[in-house]
Design a protein. Structure first.
Length: 345
């Protein structure tokens, strides 16, 4: 049995007990409140300002003006929900990859899953002249194929962390070389459109983009939650985890497949948005004092929605949200490296 930590709250009944960390509970409440505030802000501000009263009436199905319904329900609400869902998908996937590799600097970008999705999307859009929607399907196929290649190359080693990272870095470099080559062989206009998507963008996202990502999240999250206790034993080492009854290899495969699906739908929906998957789990651990998928997911949603608001209104003209996440994530990444170096020094 796992020892209780000082901030653990235990709710016990005759046949079951529930252990909840007070710190994680408070972090969950705080992140949820922050996410709600950002969502309300996203629905109200913009080229057409919606008053609080008009917002409430619109959400209740009685917009005071046609423009209120158009901007809130037609444009802003689906975009905000897409940002939230994609942020959750990326953050949870990042937390899973960091657990799998035992590497706090691992993410889908490092492992190569995002790069595989980029190759699939660019191939469909630029080489086969497909639409943006077809490119999204290409991104899913590319991510799955890349994950399959990683599994084949690391299956003999049992999907150990070091092999996953090194294999992912090599495959990611190859994939991005393919993307760069394709971009140099097409018309400038097509390459510009593809480059915007490759940075990561929520421009034009609507209800049709929300449904697939939300459905994938609903299906995958219970599976990850089921395997999470076994994943918590992996840092102890394979031999000790196996002695404790954990089927380590099976757990790694399940987690890798689930994380790949989350990354695939996220990239297909908004493009390969960088650094959210890397940064969100770290912020969640700093806030909670331990790993928490719930807080990590909420943190990812907050990061992406806040970045989208900055991308829309903090500059003279809107920019892709991926440009903001790269800037913020890069700064956090440098701070994290400095912090780790100071701790070891």
């Amino acid at each position: 049995m796992t020892a209780l930590l000082p901030d653990d709250l235990v709710v016990a009944r005759r046949r079951w007990s529930l252990r909840v960390s007070k710190r994680i509970l408070w972090c969950t409440v705080a992140m949820s409140a922050l996410l709600l505030a950002l969502c309300v802000t996203a629905l109200m501000v913009g080229e057409y300002v919606v008053t609080p009263e008009a917002l409430v009436r619109t959400l209740l199905g009685d917009p005071p003006a046609r423009l209120d319904g158009f901007f809130v329900l037609g444009r802003r609400l689906p975009r905000a929900l897409v940002a939230i869902i994609v942020g959750v998908c990326l953050a949870v996937a990042g937390a899973v990859f960091q657990t799998l590799t035992h590497n706090p600097l691992a993410s889908p970008d490092v492992i190569g899953i995002s790069s595989g999705a980029s190759v699939g999307a660019v191939t469909v859009f630029l080489v086969w002249n497909g639409s943006i929607d077809q490119a999204a399907l290409g991104a899913i196929v590319g991510a799955v194929v890349m994950a399959g290649v990683i599994m084949l190359l690391t299956a003999r080693s049992g999907l150990h962390g070091v092999q996953l990272v090194l294999t992912g870095v090599a495959l990611s470099a190859i994939a991005m070389a393919v993307v760069d080559y394709v971009l140099t062989q097409v018309f400038v206009a097509s390459a510009t459109t593809a480059q915007t998507w490759l940075v990561g963008s929520l421009q034009g996202r609507g209800w049709s983009d929300l449904i697939p990502a939300a459905a994938a999240l609903v299906v995958v999250m219970p599976i990850i939650a089921t395997v999470a206790p076994a994943a918590g034993m992996m840092p102890l080492g394979d031999q000790l985890a196996t002695a404790l009854g954990v089927r380590v290899t099976r757990a790694r495969w399940v987690l890798l497949i689930c994380a790949t699906l989350l990354v695939a739908v996220a990239v297909a929906t908004a493009g390969p948005v960088s650094f959210v998957a890397l940064v969100a789990p770290h912020i969640a651990r700093l806030l909670c004092g331990r790993a928490s998928l719930i807080v990590a997911g909420l943190t990812g949603a907050v990061l992406l929605l806040a970045s989208d608001l900055l991308a829309l209104y903090a500059f003279p003209a809107p920019i892709p949200v991926g440009a903001v996440t790269i800037t913020l994530g890069g700064g956090f990444f440098l701070w994290l490296l400095f912090r780790e170096g100071a701790r070891r020094g």
